[in-house]
Write a protein that binds this ligand. Structure first.
Ligand code: SIN
Length: 281
């Protein structure tokens, strides 16, 4: 299938090199420790256009990572994941030979919140010699490429999202009940409209979406799996090979990502700041 490539805008202060025609651009000519309003505005535009930005050689301290994130909005604290000491807004994914950790599922982050994150900024700290790439999918193209009949079927439908499938797996019944008070199930439209661009995209997370509101379990399963399949279309994806001090910055409202768990016993440590988002509509 032939994809119409995203045009590259005019930039004065940053270099924008698309990695694919459909999603992802590598950004050069910028040191994320030295920002000003014009650079931030250009980064914001490139982010809206390409959905995921990649940076190399950004040796940021924890404080600089936080400052960079706050240039785009307020940061949230993940309710369940580990974080850096003294910096609860920096989530840590540290996969070691003793304890393998990986987000090996197509998802958008923290969709069990009433207002899921706007975006995430992930910094590579310890990168394995091979493997451990992150794949991203453009969920607006995922929507566009659906047959018209499925587009009509999902118009107005809501997915039910919860932490129980992923983070609730090892909780006791008491813990689950207590956590449910703070994080009740959330209904989000299967098709959300991006609040800044007005474009429609599929909004789902395989690890958090339990069912589709108003459908029987069998109907919901069949439709969810048909929709999940869209993320695996190669033409809507980009794959990022990490290096230490690389950054991937994704728009959580119109993309999904998948961390590929193929780095054997090698350590992989990445750290994420996450921007508070709005209620999907
Ligand atoms: C994430 O889902 O935020 C982490 C992705 C990764 O580890 O590459």
């Amino acid at each position: 299938m032939r994809i119409e490539a995203t045009p590259v805008g005019d930039y004065n202060r940053i270099r924008v090199e698309p990695v694919t025609g459909s999603i992802g651009a590598e950004i050069g000519g910028v040191d994320l420790r030295e920002l000003d309003d014009e650079i931030i505005a250009e980064l914001e535009q490139a982010w809206l256009d390409h959905k995921v930005l990649f940076f190399r050689d950004q040796d940021l301290t924890h404080e600089q990572h936080l400052t960079y994130g706050r240039a785009f909005g307020q940061l949230e604290v993940h309710p369940f994941s580990p974080h850096v000491d003294d910096h609860p807004e920096i989530l840590v994914i540290d996969s070691t030979p003793e304890k393998f950790v990986s987000a090996e599922v197509w998802h958008s982050d923290v969709t069990f919140r009433e207002c899921p994150p706007l975006g995430s900024i992930l910094l590579g700290r310890v990168i394995p010699p091979y493997g451990g790439d992150t794949c991203f999918a453009n969920m607006e193209l995922a929507y566009e490429l659906l047959p018209d009949q499925i587009k009509s079927e999902i118009d107005g439908l809501y997915g039910v999202h919860s932490y129980v499938k992923g983070f609730g797996r090892n909780m006791s019944t008491e813990e689950l009940a207590e956590t449910y008070e703070k994080f009740p199930d959330q209904k989000h439209p299967l098709v959300r409209t991006h609040p800044q661009t007005g474009r429609k995209g599929l909004f789902m997370a395989r690890n958090f979406m339990l069912t589709i509101d108003g459908m029987t379990a069998d109907e919901s399963r069949a439709l969810r799996h048909r929709l999940y399949d869209q993320s695996s279309i190669p033409e809507i994806q980009v794959r990022f090979r990490w290096r230490p001090n690389s950054i991937a910055q994704w728009d959580n409202r119109c993309t999904q990502h998948y961390a590929v768990p193929d780095h054997g016993g090698w350590r992989r440590r990445v750290e994420r700041v996450t921007l508070i988002g709005d209620r999907p509509a």
